[in-house]
Design a protein around this ligand. Structure first.
Ligand SMILES: *[C@@H]1O[C@H](CO)[C@@H](O)[C@H](O)[C@H]1NC(C)=O
Ligand SMILES: *[C@@H]1O[C@H](CO)[C@@H](O)[C@H](O)[C@H]1NC(C)=O
Ligand SMILES: *[C@@H]1O[C@H](CO)[C@@H](O)[C@H](O)[C@H]1NC(C)=O
Ligand SMILES: *[C@@H]1O[C@H](CO)[C@@H](O)[C@H](O)[C@H]1NC(C)=O
Ligand SMILES: *[C@@H]1O[C@H](CO)[C@@H](O)[C@H](O)[C@H]1NC(C)=O
Ligand SMILES: *[C@@H]1O[C@H](CO)[C@@H](O)[C@H](O)[C@H]1NC(C)=O
Length: 245
């Protein structure tokens, strides 16, 4: 009896569910999926540090959303792992959290630029770090023939490899980290209200002490990475679900 009931219910359920399931799975023939900066960089296999920074600063989400939602598109200059390894030791760890975010955003322009358009763009070019202020955190581009260099004022590097070159997102390899000249200028006085305390002066310590040991051997830590990514994508999916509902 219980069996019959059960099979009856299944039958009824499937009668109800099948048509709707069909109706739902028919309309979306989306082959391409949304643009995912992390996936683009992962495929190229030499951007683990930049991926980590994009993730930690939420810039990856920002890029994916903005590429989908803005008409201007975006351009990302992606420093290789070698570029990060070639920085003077401790460079990243010496940055404050805010500067780390600025550094990442400095590698992102809120507009799509083809390589050709970079040859003739008017300098300086706004980055995501510029905010409303066009005068800071700009990048300069200089061209000769069809060779383009990008310059920060203290770092200059050629652009020769596009990981992605179709609108709305361009991603270019750079072999140096684009350190903004703003980092080496004296800080505005407003940022330092001294607490007049015990004078130990270690206030800036928190800036990322836990990040140091991960730089070497990009090869075989992949197990941990996958767990991290799984978690992140889970959270991401959850957030997207919440947002789109
Ligand atoms: C991404 O960032 C989150 C915290 O925002 C962290 O838990 C996760 O491990 C990071 N994943 C990667 C691959 O860096
Ligand atoms: C892309 O944007 C459209 C409309 O702006 C929105 O409906 C869609 O959910 C977005 N997709 C993603 C993956 O964010
Ligand atoms: C680009 O920069 C390199 C040095 O990194 C320099 O030798 C070259 O002349 C520059 N090219 C242009 C077009 O500015
Ligand atoms: C860009 O070039 C202009 C002059 O052409 C200069 O004033 C400015 O400092 C440069 N900025 C960077 C980031 O190199
Ligand atoms: C990771 O280690 C395994 C063996 O432990 C090895 O077969 C594999 O080639 C290594 N992968 C990389 C990227 O080094
Ligand atoms: C983007 O790609 C990464 C790596 O392939 C993946 O972990 C993440 O879930 C993707 N993000 C979205 C929003 O699909």
């Amino acid at each position: 009896m219980a069996l019959i009931l059960l099979s009856l219910t299944t039958l009824l359920l499937s009668l109800f569910l099948l048509p709707t399931a069909h109706a739902q799975s028919a309309p979306p023939p989306t082959p391409a999926g949304p643009i995912n900066i992390t996936a683009i960089l992962e495929k190229a296999n030499q951007y683990t540090t930049f991926i980590r920074l994009l993730n930690e600063t939420q810039a990856a989400n920002q890029i994916n959303n903005q590429v989908n939602n803005s008409h201007d598109g975006m351009t990302v200059f992606a420093p290789t792992d070698n570029a990060f390894n070639n920085l003077p030791p401790g460079t990243l760890n010496k940055l404050t959290n805010q500067q780390q975010v600025q550094l990442v955003l400095y590698h992102i322009c809120p507009k799509f630029y083809s390589l050709e358009s970079l040859l003739t763009v008017s300098n300086p070019v706004r980055t995501q770090a510029s905010g409303q202020d066009n005068q800071v955190f700009g990048l300069n581009f200089t061209g000769q023939g069809n060779q383009v260099n990008v310059s920060t004022g203290i770092v200059e590097v050629p652009i020769y490899n596009a990981l992605r070159k179709d609108p709305p997102l361009a991603v270019y390899q750079v072999d140096k980290v684009l350190i903004p000249k703003e980092f080496s200028e004296p800080k505005p006085p407003a940022a330092s209200p001294p607490p007049n305390g015990d004078g130990s002066g270690s206030a800036a310590k928190d800036g990322g002490a836990a990040k140091a040991p991960s730089t070497s051997s990009p090869g075989n830590g992949s197990g941990k990475m996958n767990v991290g990514f799984g978690l992140v994508s889970g959270i991401l999916l959850l957030c997207m679900g919440l947002l789109s509902s």
